[in-house]
Design a protein around this ligand. Structure first.
Ligand code: Z5A
Length: 207
């Protein structure tokens, strides 16, 4: 059995990960790849319960270390129950956010030490790393504007623009440091152009 491939979708809030995840998964299926679409934090019953805690606006001021450990707790469950079994069965896994989000949000955004995050990454994931990471990138003002029509803000959405600028900078630095893994897509482009870029990328990956 050939192991599946692990594709992650990353970027700041509002760049289109939720919109494009199903598009990528459907394209892979159309090209004959058995595919699982999932997300973090979440993807399992326990992970979704932890997500509800992590996003709860009624829990302001959560300590950054608590937030970091809850992200990795949800991830440990997700890897054990969904990601690893799927990859081992030859399925492709498309995941809306993974550990790059932890480096970007808890590292870049909250200021936690990147080396400490890397230690947890190694402990929780072992050798598991994404094969390909699509980074949707757009200016903070544009991305946040796209989410403005939504209802009550969750705990992350309540952050200020400078928080999201640090998150974006961290994502861009990680993409620059690992050009073989990252594909950066200009998410400021109109939807049709972003999806044409994604279709070409998926075609290349599935070839
Ligand atoms: N988090 C963390 O801190 N650490 C971690 O390790 C992990 C996560 C894994 C929940 O994630 C929070 O968890 C997240 C980081 C933190 N918080 N934040 N911020 P999430 O993925 O559920 O939340 P999100 O990133 O905020 O999702 P989102 O707000 O739904 O954004 P999105 O999925 O990237 O965007 P979208 O919903 O697909 O698009 C937004 C709107 O723009 C929508 O109306 C689209 O139709 C529109 N759109 C999208 N693309 C375009 C283009 N190209 N043109 C025009 N309009 C567009």
């Amino acid at each position: 059995m050939t192991r599946g491939r692990f594709i992650t979708l990353e970027g700041i809030e509002g760049v289109g990960k939720t919109t494009h995840g199903p598009f990528v998964a459907e394209h892979l299926k159309a090209l004959g790849r058995d595919c699982v679409l999932t997300r973090e934090p979440g993807g399992t019953a326990l992970g979704e319960a932890l997500r509800a805690v992590l996003l709860d606006p009624k829990l302001p001021g959560m300590a950054p270390l608590t937030e970091l450990l809850l992200m990795f707790a949800a991830r440990a469950e997700h890897i054990a129950r969904v990601i690893e079994p799927a990859l081992a069965a030859g399925q492709w896994v498309v995941c809306d956010r993974f550990t790059d989000a932890t480096f970007a949000y808890q590292g870049g955004g909250r200021g936690l030490d990147a080396q400490a995050i890397a230690t947890l990454e190694q402990f929780v994931q072992g050798a598991l790393r994404p094969d390909v990471t699509v980074l949707f990138d757009a200016p903070v003002e544009l991305a946040l504007e796209r989410t403005r029509h939504r209802g009550a803000a969750d705990r992350f959405e309540q952050e200020r623009h400078d928080f999201f600028r640090r998150v974006r900078d961290c994502y861009l630095a990680r993409a620059a440091a690992e050009p073989a893994r990252f594909r950066t897509v200009d998410a400021a482009m109109p939807l049709e152009q972003v999806q044409a870029t994604l279709a070409a990328l998926v075609g290349e990956l599935a070839a």
